[in-house]
Design a protein around this ligand. Structure first.
Ligand SMILES: C[S@@+](CC[C@H](N)C(=O)[O-])C[C@H]1O[C@@H](n2cnc3c(N)ncnc32)[C@H](O)[C@@H]1O
Length: 442
């Protein structure tokens, strides 16, 4: 697990606690206790990484005490005292993470004083300090070339295993809502965003995509509605892209082949296996690859539904893992034809990772296999606006695209998305749809 992923988990937990605390202190407090309980061993380990744990006292003397004893003291403390304690404790945990990750000892606290820097000149509440501290740590980590020490790696692996076990333990039915809310926080916003687009499309007239599962998968996006209002409203591009794949490409593919493998890389909350009746005929299998958090969230929600074809979920970091090995382990057969979908993925990977991925995909693709990819032009990648383009890593001009596929054995066509727009507003010459056919002689 990458630190940034871990931090995102911690971030959503802590944000959830602070937000709940402000609206319902009692419930927020019980969330806090559960959170501390779940990461207590990790806090102990992080304390252990300090040369002299006594100096943890410089972070918060309370870290040396048992935070859970607070539960017993609960009744004796005033609400203000309790709130101050809870927030100080969260601040202390964040500092501890900071020190552990940057391999600093708390001695260095005096010289860093980031809390003071955050609060300088401002009358700022502890809630704000917690939020700003998370952002600061994430910012620092994302902007550094961290080489994690072994201890830290073990620590984070421990956390991810622990989180998984805890999720497994919980009963879906008895705590359905709580569980869904918790998991939703941990999965990438972009996967939910596309599901949300499909859900909104389903409610509209002249719809292009009808997805009865999308609303449940997207969940409520209330907390994003203000910040991402523009992105949430602009569904035309993702809908037109899905429509093009489903109507123009995949349908023909399924008419042509009775038996095939369909691989969706960065599948997010895709529901094609449950929606496209043409998959029923013949013997198709869909491999979906995405982060474990995204796929397990989806598996949970869809577990009582019946797909039209077989699905295999493969938890992967597509930019890093060797997907050839992973697919083969899941019985992907390179001797059979395959249809590859990289929809809303390429520009989120580093360009080099994408090129490596494309090479791997090409190696696994038998002649007559097909591929769909969407790319963006550099101007879009540099926009960095809203959730949609903020995380785009690269773009490419249309005339440079053949170079990407040179020597990989594909005949490709690259067209602007506006050529397929179905009368919708997909922007002008910014996004590019690529369709490739593996050369028979390759
Ligand atoms: C914009 S969403 C598209 C989802 C889906 N293809 C669709 O159109 O509904 C991008 C997806 O790619 C996934 N993704 C991005 N980078 C990834 C990586 N390195 N490894 C695995 N999944 C990744 C995200 O988790 C997310 O689900």
């Amino acid at each position: 697990m990458k630190i940034s992923e871990f931090l995102n988990i911690i971030k959503s937990e802590i944000q959830d606690i602070t937000e709940t605390y402000q609206t319902n202190a009692k419930y927020g407090f019980s969330k806090f206790i559960n959170f501390i309980e779940s990461i207590k061993p990790i806090i102990d380990q992080m304390k252990g990484l300090q040369e002299n744990p006594l100096f943890i006292g410089k972070i918060s003397p309370r870290l040396l005490q048992d935070p859970l004893s607070l539960e017993n003291l609960n009744k004796k403390r005033s609400p203000d005292e309790k709130e101050s304690y809870v927030m100080s404790y969260l601040i202390a945990i964040l500092k501890l993470i900071y020190y552990s990750v940057f391999k600093l000892n708390v001695w260095d606290y005096e010289s860093i004083k980031f809390e003071e820097r955050i609060t300088k000149g401002e009358d700022i509440s502890k809630f704000d300090v917690v939020r700003k501290l998370i952002d600061l740590i994430i910012f620092k980590i994302e902007n550094s070339d961290l080489d994690l020490g072994t201890d830290i790696k073990l620590l984070f692996t421990g956390i991810s295993l622990k989180n998984k076990k805890q999720q497994d333990k919980k009963s879906f039915l008895s705590e359905e809502k709580v569980q869904l809310d918790k998991n939703k926080e941990k999965i990438s916003f972009t996967s939910r965003l596309i599901a949300y687009h499909r859900a909104e499309e389903a409610k509209s007239e002249n719809l292009l995509i009808k997805d009865p599962f999308a609303e449940k998968l997207a969940g409520t996006l209330d907390q994003y509605k203000e910040k991402h209002r523009f992105t949430l409203k602009r569904r035309d591009y993702s809908i037109v892209r899905a429509y093009h794949i489903e109507r123009n490409l995949l349908r023909k593919w399924c008419e042509r082949y009775n038996e095939s493998q369909i691989v969706i890389l960065g599948s997010g909350l895709d529901t094609r296996a449950y929606r496209l009746e043409y998959l029923k005929k013949g013997n198709h299998i869909i491999f979906e690859l995405d982060y474990e958090s995204v796929l397990s969230y989806k598996e949970d929600i869809m577990k009582f539904e019946h797909p039209y074809c077989k699905i295999k979920y493969i938890y992967a970091n597509i930019g890093k893992n060797n997907i050839i090995k992973m697919l083969k382990e899941e019985s992907f057969n390179p001797k059979s034809v395959s249809f590859w979908i990289l929809e809303g993925l390429a520009y989120y990977l580093q360009k080099d990772s994408f090129k490596k991925l494309l090479k791997r995909v090409s190696n696994l693709s038998k002649p007559n296999s097909e591929i769909f990819i969407d790319l963006c032009v550099p101007a879009i990648a540099n926009l960095r606006f809203g959730q949609f383009t903020t995380h785009f890593k690269w773009g490419i001009n249309k005339d440079q695209i053949p170079d990407l596929f040179k020597n990989l054995g594909w005949n490709i066509s690259a067209k602007y998305a506006d050529d397929f727009d179905q009368g919708r507003d997909v922007g002008h010459r910014g996004m590019i749809f690529i369709h490739g056919l593996k050369k028979p002689s390759f």
